[in-house]
Design a protein around this ligand. Structure first.
Ligand SMILES: CC(C)(COP(=O)(O)OP(=O)(O)OC[C@H]1O[C@@H](n2cnc3c(N)ncnc32)[C@H](O)[C@@H]1OP(=O)(O)O)[C@@H](O)C(=O)NCCC(=O)NCCS
Length: 387
């Protein structure tokens, strides 16, 4: 009854009242953000809402846009200023979400909306957290906030979905107010140790992401421990080394295994193995995944025996399908050494646009080489699928 008929009108009325009452604070914080951190004052991010429909969530900016000499954003720890930290620890940065509540994207109480790129990683039961509108605060937030691990957090989210009531919402709101005012139990967002959800899920369940080509011969899948030998072979291959951007250091099988342990906690990167007729023949790396820009970078390596058979083309297509259809990314980039003719042909063939040459960008064995920059947008990909 409450869930169906009263929750939404109450959200509307309460958020409107809160916006009116808090308007002086909203204005002051807005002005301070503009002066101290720059514009735009609002930070927008795509998040899944009711029934996984994507909406744009608003927050106050808490980080600057400082970039290094190459135009890449500096690490979060540098861009998060003292003022930004203050906004986060007091939760003032969350106030613009009141407008999301007013619009009907969100509710005052509900499971916190996570970044849209995490959608592929929920299991069937966890997906039910999207059966209600996401909340400004939730059951998980008043029981440990960001300090909770993923399974505990989702357990509370689901428990909430099945037990929504006026009493529960009131309790959660009161507890939230108490916590925010008391400044208690707050793991500072953006600095907490909790690992990326996709990393967590893949290591926890050894979740087998596996996508197959239509003919069933080529597939991309999550890396397993048993792939160590193939990965070592590729890493130590002097032919491949000529075509990759860095200078790979030769490794032993033992070192390769240690490295595989270390990547379990790696952030913003997804690594796939490429299989051909069920044998591992290569790897595709999706790195620099940005949940704010919905962008990532793609890279591929195949064993020599597997090249020139269309496996590169097929596996890049599968990886694009994953990035655009499952993770909801908007843009994928790739960087290729200008003399790597096969790779230039590969990215062109798979629908990437040549964005131009970064001159003398890479130093390899003491020489400087040009780098060709490619990108593909989700809209390009979708057009390619139609034709
Ligand atoms: C680049 C690489 C992934 C390409 O994969 P692949 O499976 O060989 O490529 P495909 O067979 O799908 O072919 C894609 C295009 O590349 C070109 N190509 C591939 N192999 C070729 C060869 N032996 N001779 C000439 N052109 C070739 C062709 O233009 C081909 O398109 P086409 O078949 O329509 O003519 C693979 O060569 C590789 O791993 N190279 C070493 C590592 C590397 O360079 N990685 C890229 C870093 S950015």
């Amino acid at each position: 009854m409450y869930k169906q008929y009263f929750k939404r009108p109450m959200d509307f009325v309460l958020s409107l009242m809160a916006i009116i009452v808090l308007s002086p604070i909203l204005i002051i914080v807005g002005v301070l953000v503009r002066v101290k951190l720059g514009s735009p004052v609002l930070f927008k991010q795509k998040r899944p809402g009711l029934n996984e429909k994507i909406f744009t969530m608003y927050k106050f900016r808490t980080m600057t846009d400082e970039k290094d000499e190459n135009g890449e954003l500096l690490p979060d720890s540098v861009r998060l200023t003292k003022f930004g930290m203050m906004l986060r620890s007091t939760s003032l940065d969350e106030l613009p979400e009141l407008f999301n509540i007013l619009k009907g994207d969100m509710s005052i109480v509900g499971p916190r909306p996570l970044a849209a790129i995490y959608l592929p990683y929920y299991n069937e039961s966890e997906r039910h957290r999207h059966d209600v509108r996401p909340g400004l605060t939730g059951l998980a937030q008043v029981n440990g906030r960001n300090a909770l691990n993923w399974p505990d957090r989702f357990t509370l989210d689901i428990r909430y979905v099945y037990s929504v009531s006026l009493l529960l919402d009131t309790k959660i709101i009161l507890k939230t107010v108490g916590k925010v005012l008391g400044g208690k139990d707050i793991a500072l967002r953006g600095t907490s140790q909790i690992i990326d959800f996709h990393k967590f899920r893949m290591s926890e369940l050894n979740k087998k992401i596996e996508i197959q080509s239509k003919d069933g011969k080529t597939s991309i899948r999550s890396i397993r421990n048993s792939d160590a030998a193939t990965l070592m072979e590729m890493n130590n291959d002097t032919q491949i080394a000529k075509f990759v951007i860095g200078t790979p250091k030769k490794v032993t099988l033992e070192e390769q295994r240690l490295w595989m342990d270390s990547i379990k906690n790696e952030k913003s990167t997804i690594r796939f193995m490429v299989d051909y007729k069920e044998k591992p023949v290569g790897t595709i790396i999706i790195s620099n995944i940005s949940e704010n820009n919905l962008s990532a970078n793609m890279n591929i390596k195949l064993l020599e025996t597997a090249r020139g058979k269309g496996i590169g083309t097929e596996s890049i297509r599968l990886a694009l399908k994953y990035c655009f259809e499952e993770m909801n990314l908007w843009c994928i980039t790739a960087h290729v050494l200008s003399y790597n003719k096969n790779s230039l042909a590969l990215f062109k063939k798979t629908g990437f646009t040549n964005e131009g040459v970064l001159r003398s960008r890479v130093i390899k064995d003491g020489n400087r080489y040009d780098l060709v920059s490619f990108s593909i947008l989700k809209s390009d990909y979708e057009k390619g699928m139609e034709s």
